[in-house]
Ligand binder design. Structure first.
Ligand SMILES: Nc1ncnc2c1ncn2[C@@H]1O[C@H](COP(=O)(O)OP(=O)(O)OP(=O)(O)O)[C@@H](O)[C@H]1O
Ligand SMILES: [Mg+2]
Length: 455
């Protein structure tokens, strides 16, 4: 089935046919509907990737919008606003419309918007398929995220899981390094064998070796009995070396030897035992830089980083925040056996805008705190910690005071573009990224509003 189907909904029949002509010329397959009801039937029938609809129709523009967004796989929606009514467009965007175009239609601009919307829809579809394959085949349901950068890592993890490859997981604190390591183990042939963790940063330096390699009785003061180390405990299973960057250099040398020879000897013993472990390691440090400072051994690094994975920080995959919020809040209510407390929508823009230096772990902690400390049933903006309440949400930071006499949508858009350009000192690439439009669209709109670079 081709994936370039567009449904155009407008009660103006001449406009409909011109749009059909223009869009077909641009390579799309176009079906027309004259009102919301007809559109809804066609929606089911042709399953378009994109719907372009006027909202001011005799029968149900906004109703159509509501129905569309309730679809399991909703098409992308572009709104046509007739009278430059900001409220309708704003409302439409809030309900999930992707973009709007204003009448009288500028067809060149329309095609640009449509191209971009189609690219996005294709990406969403790709992401959806990958996500569901990962869930079905690897049981990754408890790992939330659909950002492309994140799914790529999950996909790589799923691929290496079955092999005994050594994996080095990079990621800032709280990005899910341990969660990913466990997922790899559970998708490996070793899933029924032990998963043993050692946090190299949490153990006093002089005890690390005893912990890793074990010791014999009398090997050092306090060694009253012989004890196996973590490596031996992980035999046949997976050893997760967390915060590997904190491992002292001497221990690095010994670890490398174990990995190379597949043999271990406890401290105080000359006897060696064969061990069969699959090693996963994680770090929030830049090991390459540590190698240059002679703080990490290069040979060990290459031994560990056979497959390096990079978990993106949460602020670089903000689109995942709403789903994570829902999932983690739900998890917290179950853990604490609290029911009937809910989050209000007003807090979401703040949660999305905040930078989350502690990533998912910080988000999890914040939600848990909100839940446990809440004295009422619904948690709102005022309950948020100061640093999160303070951040200006992306959308509402553009304060829009609607004058009584009406305001044209175009003037608002022009103003937004100006401000974005100002903010990035005229850098169009950055401004376009900030506005979430392509650079071409930005340039196009700048021309449309007669904005020159100097302004
Ligand atoms: N994508 C995700 N989906 C669901 N839960 C997640 C996700 N990422 C992280 N978490 C949760 O966030 C918390 C922190 O994750 P994890 O311990 O794996 O991170 P980490 O990178 O090892 O952090 P640290 O550097 O603090 O050790 C855990 O409770 C984990 O279950
Ligand atoms: Mg961790």
């Amino acid at each position: 089935m081709s994936s370039n189907r567009i449904l155009v909904v407008d009660d103006d029949s001449s406009l409909r046919s011109v749009m059909k002509m223009q869009l077909e010329e641009a390579g799309y397959q176009v079906t027309l509907a004259s009102d919301g009801a007809e559109a809804y039937d066609l929606l089911r029938e042709i399953r378009p990737q994109l719907v372009i609809s006027d909202l001011k129709m005799p029968t149900g523009g906004l109703e159509l919008l509501r129905l569309i967004s309730a679809e399991e796989i909703p098409p992308t929606l572009i709104i046509i606003t007739a009278f430059g009514t900001v409220e309708t467009a704003v409302q439409a965007m809030k309900m999930g419309a992707y973009d709007y175009v204003t009448k009288p239609l500028d067809f060149e601009a329309l095609v640009l918007v449509v191209n971009r919307a189609m690219e996005r829809q294709a990406l969403l579809e790709e992401v959806r398929q990958l996500r569901s394959a990962l869930d079905q085949r690897y049981g990754f349901e408890s790992i939330i995220g659909r950002a492309k950068s994140f799914l790529r890592v999950l996909d790589q993890a799923a691929r290496v899981a079955q092999h005994d490859t050594t994996v080095l997981i990079h990621g800032e604190t709280g990005t899910g390094k341990e969660l990913l390591a466990r997922a790899i183990h559970h998708n490996s042939r070793r899933r029924n064998k032990p998963f043993v963790t050692i946090n190299c940063g949490a153990i006093p330096r002089d005890l690390v070796e005893a912990e890793l390699f074990g010791y014999t009785r009398g090997a050092f003061t306090g060694a009253y009995a012989s004890r196996p180390g973590r490596i031996e405990q992980a035999d046949d299973g997976t050893l997760f070396l967390d915060e590997i960057g904190e491992l002292p250099l001497e221990a690095q040398v010994k670890l490398l030897r174990v990995l190379q020879q597949g043999e271990i000897s406890r401290i105080g013993s000359t006897e060696t035992t064969r061990v069969n472990v699959r090693v996963l390691a994680a770090t929030h440090r830049n090991l390459q830089a540590m190698i240059e400072d002679d703080a990490f051994r290069e040979d060990l690094y290459y031994r560990l980083a056979v497959v390096p994975l990079f978990l993106p920080p949460l602020r670089e995959r903000k689109e995942d925040i709403p789903e994570l919020v829902e999932y983690l809040f739900q998890k917290a209510t179950e853990r604490h056996g609290i029911s009937g407390v809910r989050l209000t929508e007003s807090i979401m823009p703040h949660l999305v805008a905040y930078r989350w230096p502690g990533n998912v772990r910080e988000l999890e902690n914040v939600l848990e705190r909100l839940l446990v400390l809440s004295s009422h049933k619904s948690i709102g903006e005022d309950d948020l910690p100061e640093e999160i309440r303070r951040v200006q949400p992306d959308v509402s930071s553009f304060r829009l005071d609607l004058p009584d006499e009406g305001i044209s949508l175009e003037s608002v858009e022009r103003e937004l573009i100006l401000r974005a350009l100002e903010r990035f000192k005229g850098n169009q690439t950055h401004a376009a990224k900030y506005l979430d439009i392509s650079r071409r669209t930005l340039i196009y709109r700048m021309e449309k509003y007669g904005l020159t670079q100097d302004e």
